[in-house]
Design a protein around this ligand. Structure first.
Ligand SMILES: *[C@@H]1O[C@H](CO)[C@@H](O)[C@H](O)[C@H]1NC(C)=O
Ligand SMILES: *[C@@H]1O[C@H](CO)[C@@H](O)[C@H](O)[C@H]1NC(C)=O
Ligand SMILES: *[C@@H]1O[C@H](CO)[C@@H](O)[C@H](O)[C@H]1NC(C)=O
Ligand SMILES: *[C@@H]1O[C@H](CO)[C@@H](O)[C@H](O)[C@H]1NC(C)=O
Length: 429
């Protein structure tokens, strides 16, 4: 009982000091550039007879009747009688960074009440830095790490990452912000990535956006990724449709970075692709760069002879990181139709099989549970007694099965497509 009084007293004091809950300030936080403007609104639920606002180190007494347009801070609001004490703050100065506080005279007693909001006067950050694993070129599968640092901004800058023009969201670490809340802040963020062939020659961009910058700032770094020659299709490559006596081209598309060297071996010949690899009967072309590390490698046979068709062509593709070997066969036949199945055809076949499976199972299901066309007769005949229209067919078959054409039809389909045990009830007729 004794403890209640101090508690009540404390509550009363708190209410008197921090004011009543109807005392609001909006906004509670704002970011503005130097020279910008801000409206701050403080409000209580009762009439007031003065309004003081502290901006920076200066305290201002604001009155609705003194609206000198030359002043940087003037009264803003619907009038003191409505309990409104706000400020229109113009030409914001650097030193106003910090709290803006409105102070109102108390309704009773002599303790003034006040509320604060935070004005962050934006200061552009310093030079953006992108620090990364230093290596002229990476290998595919290497882990790449980079750290972007945007120092001394107020508030902290925002960092976003791009690979060329595409935003990157994977491998982005939590940003770390250091510095005082109300003062300059440095933000740093890490990115890590397992490099793939497609990353080669892309530019990693760290972009910093900030309230005090008209344009985002960027730091960039190009990433080079090397990899040994890679095959695009498995197994032996067969070039179809060549003609005896005509020219034939053996094309193989591969991927490599840096550019590969090429060596063809067939029969007793071994030739490397170079500018003067043209012999009397064959020419090994230099790898043709298609872009993105893809190369076409071509061997031209000027006149295809019988023994050219019968032998194997060994292609060895080499770069600094490794090599890959291919076996190429040539054929005077057209490409077999089965080999040409593209994705569209495969999808079509899969859908057809699925449709067939669904149809079969629907029929079996319908027959088993006596639905749809299998149920037609039983419904019609069952209406008079109305008893077991959901019951399976077999009991009724015993009585009326032979009269029903749709039943015969159903059995025909069933026999045609499946050898299903569900047939049993019928055979019992
Ligand atoms: C600014 O106002 C906040 C409340 O909005 C308060 O917590 C903080 O202590 C104030 N800072 C200063 C320096 O007065
Ligand atoms: C970011 O990377 C730097 C150096 O690369 C490292 O010192 C720091 O611990 C990393 N921070 C995080 C959060 O991963
Ligand atoms: C083979 O590559 C050459 C270029 O080297 C191209 O002109 C030709 O169309 C290609 N032929 C086939 C069948 O892919
Ligand atoms: C590269 O070779 C492929 C066959 O491997 C062929 O389809 C394509 O047309 C060739 N491209 C060029 C530019 O020669």
């Amino acid at each position: 009982m004794m403890a209640v009084f101090p508690a009540l007293f404390g509550l009363l004091m708190a209410t008197m000091v921090t004011g009543d809950p109807s005392f609001t300030i909006t906004p509670t936080e704002a970011v503005r550039r130097v020279g910008g403007e801000l409206f701050v609104e403080c409000k209580v639920a009762y009439q007031i007879n003065s309004c003081r606002i502290k901006v920076g180190y200066q305290s201002y007494i604001l009155s609705p009747s003194e609206q000198n347009q030359a002043d940087d801070i003037v009264y803003h609001g619907g009038g003191l009688e409505k309990g409104e004490c706000g400020a229109h703050i113009r030409r914001i100065k650097e030193e106003w960074n910090g709290n803006i506080t409105c102070t109102l005279p108390p309704r009773t007693g002599n303790v003034e009440i006040s509320r604060s909001m935070r004005l962050v006067v934006a200061r552009p950050p310093g030079a953006i830095r992108l620090e990364s694993t230093q290596q002229p070129a990476f290998n595919e599968g290497d882990k790449f790490m980079a750290q972007c640092i945007v120092p001394d901004g107020r508030p902290a800058a925002k960092i976003t990452w791009f690979l060329d023009e595409n935003p990157v969201f994977e491998g982005i670490h939590q940003p770390i912000i250091t510095g005082e809340t109300n003062d300059l802040q440095t933000i740093s963020q890490n990115i890590s990535r397992i490099l793939v062939a497609d990353d080669n020659a892309k530019t990693l961009i760290c972009r910093a956006e900030h309230e005090a910058l008209d344009q985002p700032r960027e730091a960039k770094r190009q990433i080079l990724v090397q990899y040994p020659p890679q095959r695009l299709e498995q197994g032996t490559i067969t070039i179809f449709g060549l003609k005896l006596g005509a020219e034939g081209r053996l094309n193989v598309t591969i991927r490599a970075n840096p550019a590969p060297d090429v060596e063809w071996t067939f029969g007793d010949q071994k030739i490397v692709a170079s500018e003067n690899s043209e012999l009397s009967n064959v020419n090994a072309l230099e790898p043709l760069h298609l872009g993105n590390g893809y190369y076409n490698i071509t061997l031209i046979l000027y006149r295809i002879k019988k023994e050219d068709v019968d032998r194997k062509y060994y292609l060895r593709v080499t770069n600094e990181l490794g090599n890959e070997e291919f076996v190429v066969l040539i054929s005077t036949m057209d490409e077999p139709a089965g080999v040409e199945l593209d994705t569209g055809a495969i999808v079509g076949i899969v859908i057809a099989v699925l449709v067939l499976l669904i149809a079969v199972s629907l029929i079996v299901f319908a027959k088993a549970t006596g639905r749809w066309c299998f149920a037609g007769r039983s419904h019609r005949t069952d209406i008079p007694d109305g008893a077991d229209s959901e019951a399976p067919l077999p009991p009724h078959d015993d009585v009326k099965g032979s009269e029903n054409p749709s039943h015969d039809h159903g059995e025909y389909i069933s026999n045609g497509n499946t050898k299903h045990p569900e047939k049993k009830p019928d055979t019992a007729v």
